[in-house]
Design a protein around this ligand. Structure first.
Ligand code: ASP
Length: 323
């Protein structure tokens, strides 16, 4: 090939790329959720995906890829083709995993294209129904006195439930046995069955169980009470001063996804987050969409960087690692 035909070939490729981006999407899109189906992240993703499907005119299919605190699903999204047909919906875990895993193969600050922030979900400290403590104070006393007997369920190292449990145990200076699951949906099943004792999980998974009296609830992890659970005190007001965890969620595409496609996805995400049905469902589950100025690639990019800087030292101090 001479220079002229190389230039023509490159121009043809660029043109084909632009045409594909303009026509996008022409087939179903997969949204990877790095936790089990039926859990809190899955619930958020399904709400958003159903409206994005309508806006984009193509089905957004949820693929649950659980395991290793969400890092397996994130890795799968990083390795996916950057053609706009694979997305990732993940949470705060992308900012704790770098400090928790010595051999993490991906770097979310470099290997993914941010689309926008979705919602910041509060968590709740809950226990099996017959757990012998009626309020947060009694719960802390009981856990301290029975540390060799009680068990804490989480969704693996790097999950939000792991982070909350780690902060709680460090705050009360007591370590208990932790039992990891592929998501807090299966963890909840075991909690309801009494196989594990307590967990800290997002209101998007716990609200109906709390309201239905199926579990005991001791506190919320936000600094203000949650509108849908007004009687539940914050852990801060119950004595763990400054205790605060909010599970922010974001949507990403693989690195190199072209701007015209990212722009369509940002618009579709923003449409989903102003949808009345989504807002009502979020409100039932104790959360609200992020404000519009945070439903953007710039805001999510900045969030990841600042949260990695925030959690890294805290986790390193607790000295918990995986390989
Ligand atoms: N968000 C996870 C899930 O959907 C749980 C967690 O991060 O703790 O199961």
């Amino acid at each position: 090939m001479n220079i002229k035909s190389v230039a023509l070939f490159v121009a043809a490729l660029l043109f084909a790329g632009m045409a594909a981006a303009q026509a996008y999407p022409t087939k179903p899109i997969t949204m990877i959720v790095p936790f089990a189906a039926g859990g809190p992240t899955d619930t958020v993703a399904r709400q958003v995906a159903s409206v994005m499907s309508k806006t984009l005119g193509q089905t957004v299919i949820i693929e649950n890829v659980g395991g290793a605190g969400g890092t397996i699903g994130v890795g799968k999204a990083v390795a996916a083709p950057n053609d706009g047909y694979t997305l990732l919906l993940m949470h705060i875990g992308v900012s704790t995993a770098p400090a928790l895993y010595r051999t993490l193969k991906h770097d979310v600050t470099k290997d993914l294209e941010p689309i926008g922030l979705v919602t910041e979900v509060p968590m709740t400290m809950i226990a099996k129904k017959d757990f012998p403590a009626k309020d947060f104070k009694e719960m802390v006393t009981y856990v301290k006195a029975n540390k060799d007997k009680v068990s804490y369920a989480n969704a693996g190292l790097g999950s939000a439930s792991h982070l909350c449990g780690m902060l709680f145990m460090s705050a009360i200076e007591t370590d208990v046995l932790t039992v990891p699951y592929k998501g807090t949906a299966p963890a909840m099943t075991d909690l309801l069955g009494g196989q594990v004792d307590f967990m800290c999980d997002q209101t998007t998974n716990t609200t109906s169980q709390i309201k239905g009296g199926k579990v005991r609830a001791y506190g919320v992890t936000s600094l203000t009470r949650v509108a849908s659970l007004p009687d539940l005190p914050t852990m801060n007001e119950s004595g763990l001063k400054g205790f605060s965890v909010g599970v922010w969620h974001g949507v990403w595409a693989p690195k190199g996804t072209v701007k015209p496609i990212i722009d369509k996805l940002v618009a579709a995400l923003q449409t989903a987050l102003k949808d009345e049905g989504v807002k009502a469902k979020f409100a039932d589950l104790g959360t609200v969409p992020e404000p519009l100025n945070r439903q953007t690639p710039e805001a999510l990019r900045a969030q990841v960087v600042s949260e990695i800087a925030k959690w890294g030292p805290i986790i390193k101090k607790a000295a918990i690692y995986a390989d």
